[in-house]
Design a protein around this ligand. Structure first.
Ligand code: SAM
Ligand code: DTB
Ligand code: SF4
Length: 347
């Protein structure tokens, strides 16, 4: 095994920054080489999103159209009925996407809604889809309940570096986020955790975010890299655009640091050129959100994506029988070794 294929959890910030500073073509080549050791290079995993409870969120995330702290003229909605959620999931199953991700604008799910959430998980699974939820913070007990209902993935993003975090969110801490990830892991669910690029952060914050994710006791199976969607009414609506090349660098570094994870080219594709997306796939992105809506904002839609994927000769990754990323190498096994420590960098 070459050095690049080791699954490491001891990255230092200077090492990660050095990757960011490689000449672009060298970085892409390195990322693509790592990618091919673990994944089929011409396949992307496709997930679809549904907002099951929209707006009026008590958190103050400066990027988010759903925060109750800002006026984004978003229509607020109560928790969707189970039957409506399942009707949407049936359409997703027919579209070819393999995972259905249900998102709620909550600080944490209310206890009274837990039985409905469990019903949703069971119903979506029965359609043959993988299940994912993103509901805010979870207690250990709530994590166990969702895992028992069959929830495959839980999405909970670190969003940015520990240093920049308090510029973006003040109503919960970085440690709160790490605690939820720990509960999700302990309950046996797969972790989906990534962040947002383009919030006015420094290059060191982008490196810091990826370093935190890569040094978790186990790498998240899914790493969404979102380009900020600038929504009018949010405090970040006028933040300066991030250079697409810098964004692609983030994808490449995520691929190198977390070689067996699916790296998702996530929010922001609606305004991204085909060429930038192609570079992101070249850099090792192998997952997308499929369908014409993210949670509340626009996504390219199935027909535009079909055109792009056809042009690039990329297919949608089928579900593997064991529901894993299809890798059974010794390094993947190594990263599944139970953690000896937790949150070493913040203790
Ligand atoms: N409320 C839950 C939470 O924050 O964990 C789940 C839903 S929240 C909308 C999920 C993630 O979407 C956030 O962590 C953030 O990374 C991403 N997100 C939200 N608004 C975004 C935006 N305007 N642009 C890019 N990503 C965004
Ligand atoms: C993630 O990292 N990105 C998705 C999903 N996880 C839940 C959400 C993106 C939301 C973009 C803004 C919106 O549509 O409301
Ligand atoms: Fe609420 Fe999640 Fe939006 Fe933050 S990102 S305001 S927690 S919905």
């Amino acid at each position: 095994m070459t050095e690049s294929t080791q699954v490491r959890h001891d990255w230092t910030l200077p090492e990660v920054q050095a990757l960011f500073e490689l000449p672009f073509i060298d970085l892409l080549m390195r990322a693509q080489t790592v990618h091919r050791q673990f994944f089929s290079p011409n396949q992307v995993q496709a997930s679809s999103l549904l907002s099951i409870k929209t707006g009026a969120c008590p958190e103050d995330c400066k990027y988010c159209p759903q925060s109750g702290h800002y006026n984004t003229e978003l229509e607020k909605e109560k928790l969707m009925e189970v039957e409506r959620v399942l009707a949407e999931a049936r359409e997703v199953a027919a579209s070819g996407a393999t995972r259905f991700c249900m998102g709620a604008a909550w600080k944490n799910p209310p206890e009274k809604d837990m039985p409905l959430l469990e019903e949703m998980v069971r119903g979506v699974k029965a359609l043959g889809l993988e299940t994912c939820m993103t509901l805010g913070m979870l207690s250990a007990e709530q994590s166990d309940r969702l895992a028992d209902a069959g929830l495959d993935y839980y999405n909970h993003n670190l969003d940015t570096s520990p240093e920049f975090y308090s510029e973006i969110i003040t109503t919960r801490s970085y440690q709160d986020r790490l605690d939820t990830l720990h509960h999700v892991r302990s309950a046996g669910m797969k972790v989906c955790s990534g962040g947002i690029i383009g919030m006015g952060e420094q290059a060191s914050d982008r490196a810091g975010l990826l370093c935190e994710l890569a040094n978790l006791p186990m790498h998240p199976e899914s790493v969404p890299i979102n380009m900020l969607v600038k929504v009018p009414g949010t405090p970040l609506e006028n933040v300066e655009d991030t250079d697409p090349i810098e964004f692609v660098r983030c994808i490449a570094v995520a691929r190198i640091l977390m070689p067996t994870s699916h790296v998702r080219l996530s929010a922001g594709r609606e305004t991204m050129s085909d060429e930038t997306q192609a570079l992101a796939f070249m850099a090792g992105a192998n997952s997308i959100f499929y369908g014409d809506k993210l949670l509340t904002t626009a996504n390219p839609g199935q027909s535009r994506d079909e055109q792009l994927l056809n042009k690039l000769g990329i297919g949608i990754e089928p579900l593997s029988g064991d529901n894993s990323n299809g890798v059974s190498s010794s390094s993947q096994q190594a990263q599944r070794t139970p953690p000896l420590y937790y949150n070493a960098s913040l203790n």
